[in-house]
Ligand binder design. Structure first.
Ligand SMILES: Cc1cc2nc3c(=O)[nH]c(=O)nc-3n(C[C@H](O)[C@H](O)[C@H](O)COP(=O)(O)OP(=O)(O)OC[C@H]3O[C@@H](n4cnc5c(N)ncnc54)[C@H](O)[C@@H]3O)c2cc1C
Length: 405
């Protein structure tokens, strides 16, 4: 076999698709009984495949401490969101651009796309082996991959390999991060995993939960340190969830005492809020609530504010509405996170996504140390790196076997 791809998530499947167009024998190995389990989970949220936005804005969403500065612009230029939409269309899956510029399949499901994708890979001669968990790699004359397989462990030899083993969130889908062990045994440095795009825990009193649990905070501005995020939050039993908070994850993880400030009324100044409240004689907070049309969750937060200053004047309430402080205990466990930060460090890779210490072994997808917010960036990044890794691996095999580029 020329090229072995290990991991049947979007990055591995797309690497297989790219390689299947080359003159190579390609085999894909997956630890679980079926491929694309996390992709199917993503489909439950409608499958936000990518985002329709200019390339430089798109590329600026990726956070990767060590990546060369042009890594994402060039990788995404090679396979951008239009290319992803065309590819989906080639499988008979039409997509649409939502008002948020997020791109979804019209069916809002992953299963039909995955089914046709796997069928096409088989038709193109890619062999797929399930229940094959990679447990070791040796670089000999060729690359030796050691698998824990159903009957017994087996070793498979190939000219080049692409590891597309995913990050460490939602381990039940197969991405359990256990691959770190055998790569570290080769001296490959892995940035420890951390939950990304996840909820954060706070200490809510039961009086707050009885009023606000499950209620949204809409059209708010959120700041952590110097970073601002706009959007929605949801009050949950354990704390807060939502896209605005996910965006601040990288900042919050680096804060000694993570905390956010919420501006509940980003489009009004304190003076405007004071004017709106007017003179209030009795039952201050309830009157103010009506005049400012505060929703349940905002009202519950104000009522249970941990700050000591009482709301006895329009001025103090307006100030708090524009600048509400919430200390956070920490992120939710990585098992629940949409994605993970951390993974194989860019400094361990050459410009072709090949592991410098393991010549002929390439990597793709979320197992590399990058992170991005929700919005289709995670899948687009997985597809685009899968494609690059496959093209580079094909060149490597051709050079090795035929001395040609
Ligand atoms: C709830 C949820 C919703 C999401 N929604 C979206 C969304 O709408 N849009 C978006 O862009 N992203 C979304 N994502 C994120 C997206 O699904 C991932 O970023 C993407 O699946 C990563 O692709 P990957 O191929 O790198 O890894 P994975 O999809 O994690 O695939 C890795 C594969 O490798 C296999 N594997 C692992 N170790 C081994 C081993 N040792 N041997 C053999 N096989 C192994 C695993 O079983 C798995 O099949 C969502 C994620 C979750 C959890």
């Amino acid at each position: 076999m020329n090229l072995a791809i290990i991991g049947g998530g979007p990055s591995g499947l797309f690497a297989a698709e790219t390689a299947s167009l080359q003159d190579l024998s390609v085999a894909l190995f997956e630890a679980k009984p079926s491929v694309g389990r996390k992709f199917l989970v993503a489909g439950k949220g409608g499958l936000n495949l990518t985002k329709s936005e200019p390339l430089d804005t798109f590329a600026s969403r990726y956070i990767n401490p060590e990546a060369p500065f042009n890594f994402w612009p060039s990788t995404l230029a090679h396979f951008d969101s239009d290319a992803l939409r065309k590819w989906a269309a080639s499988l008979g899956v039409d997509t649409f651009v939502a008002s948020t510029n997020r791109v979804y399949p019209k069916e809002l499901r992953a299963a039909p796309l995955l089914r046709r994708w796997v069928q096409r890979l088989r038709e193109r001669g890619v062999s797929l082996s399930m229940r094959h968990k990679l447990i070791g790699i040796k670089i000999e004359n060729r690359i030796a991959l050691e698998f824990a397989a159903p009957a017994e462990n087996k070793t498979i030899h190939c000219d080049a390999a692409i590891l597309a083993l995913g990050g460490a969130s939602w381990p039940e889908t197969g991405s359990d991060g256990s691959w770190c062990r055998f790569l570290e045994s080769h001296g490959v440095h892995i940035q420890p995993f951390a939950p990304a795009n996840c909820g954060w825990e706070c200490r809510w009193p039961s009086s707050l939960l009885s009023l606000a649990e499950g209620k949204p905070l809409k059209a708010i501005h959120l700041t952590a340190g110097n970073h601002l995020a706009k959007g929605e939050l949801l009050v949950t039993r354990y704390g807060l969830e939502g896209g605005a908070l996910y965006q601040l994850g990288p900042t919050l993880r680096n804060m000694e005492s993570p905390a956010i400030h919420i501006d509940f009324r980003p489009h009004s100044t304190e003076e405007q809020l004071i004017a709106k409240m007017g003179p209030i004689q009795h039952n201050f907070l309830n009157e103010a609530r009506q005049r400012l049309r505060l929703d349940d969750a905002t009202f519950a937060l104000l009522l249970n504010s941990s700050e000591t200053e009482p709301f006895d004047s329009s001025k103090s309430l307006a100030h708090r509405l524009k600048n509400f402080f919430i200390p956070l205990k920490g992120p939710r466990p990585i098992d629940e996170a949409i994605s993970s930060a951390g993974g194989i460090r860019f400094s361990e890779l050459d410009e072709n996504l090949m592991i410098k210490k393991l010549p002929g072994v390439f990597v793709a997808g979320e197992m590399i140390d990058w992170e991005a917010p929700t919005g289709g960036y995670l899948l687009q990044g997985s597809f685009a790196t899968g494609r690059s890794a496959a093209e580079n691996a094909a060149l490597w095999v051709n050079r090795r076997n035929h001395g040609r580029c």
